[in-house]
Design a protein around this ligand. Structure first.
Ligand code: NI
Length: 249
């Protein structure tokens, strides 16, 4: 079930049978010469929407702007500051928890978001802890590449040139879901350099075409399809485990 294509009455009904919701979360940022700007929010959305086709789960709208200050020297990147991002996640959680959702899983598509999502969880729990109350809900962060079996599959598909930004695995996922948006370029060098991530102009000087350690030319729609199918199955198992986690009295 997709929240944005449901009515309030349908969500109220869903809450009678489940208190679990998944929120795809990512970033809108440059992904090298061939990667779509939406890659990091498209990947978790594609996986969650695929999972939803075969299981009774609820997927919230995608939180599609994240921690991308280091990509701002490339056209089209849109970023939040950590403080804005943390505040916005808190309001999403308070909205959903207010309706009765007690298990909120964020399916993340951007490594740069991890620290701030964890900080947002702490901020949100702190409301309850300082008030000497129980929060009444649990939050979970899952990176799509950490879903069971997915990292192993990506390492098998791309033993070399996976890298850490504009990776062939994430590019392959968007190629599978959006074949009309596949782009082509000659990569020189084939595998991009690696290095530290600092401010936007430092990033552009180190990584001139936007890639970090990767060869996105290895991506194919078929490999993307394999990753999506496996990730979608693992996500459903993750949601079942999360929903049946015992809560101490
Ligand atoms: Ni990415």
């Amino acid at each position: 079930m997709l929240l944005h294509l449901s009515t309030w009455a349908e969500i109220a009904q869903y809450l009678q049978r489940s208190r679990v919701v998944v929120v795809p979360i990512g970033s809108n940022e440059q992904h090298g010469p061939t990667g779509l700007l939406g890659t990091d929010w498209l990947c978790p959305e594609i996986i969650a929407h695929e999972a939803e086709k075969n299981a009774d789960i609820l997927v919230a709208p995608t939180f599609n702007i994240g921690m991308a200050q280091h990509h701002l020297a490339f056209a089209g990147t849109i970023s939040l500051r950590p403080s804005t991002f943390i505040a916005a996640i808190g309001d999403w959680v308070r909205s959903l928890a207010g309706h009765g959702f007690t298990r909120i899983l964020f399916l993340n598509g951007h490594g740069g978001n991890i620290a701030s999502i964890e900080a947002a969880f702490s901020e949100t729990y702190a409301d309850a802890s300082f008030a000497r109350q129980r929060a009444g809900f649990a939050l979970k962060l899952c990176n799509w590449w950490d879903l069971e079996g997915v990292g192993e599959l990506a390492r098998t598909q791309f033993p070399e040139g996976h890298g850490s930004h504009a990776t062939p695995s994430e590019i392959a996922i968007t190629q599978w879901a959006l074949p009309d948006s596949i782009k082509h370029a000659d990569f020189a060098p084939p595998i991009a350099p690696s290095g530290p991530i600092r401010d936007a102009f430092d990033f552009r000087a180190r990584f001139p075409d936007g890639r970090v350690g990767s060869d996105p030319g290895l991506a194919t729609p078929a490999k993307g399809g394999e990753l999506v199918k496996l990730a979608a199955q693992s996500l459903v198992r993750e949601l079942v485990a999360f929903s049946s986690e015992p809560v101490p009295a």
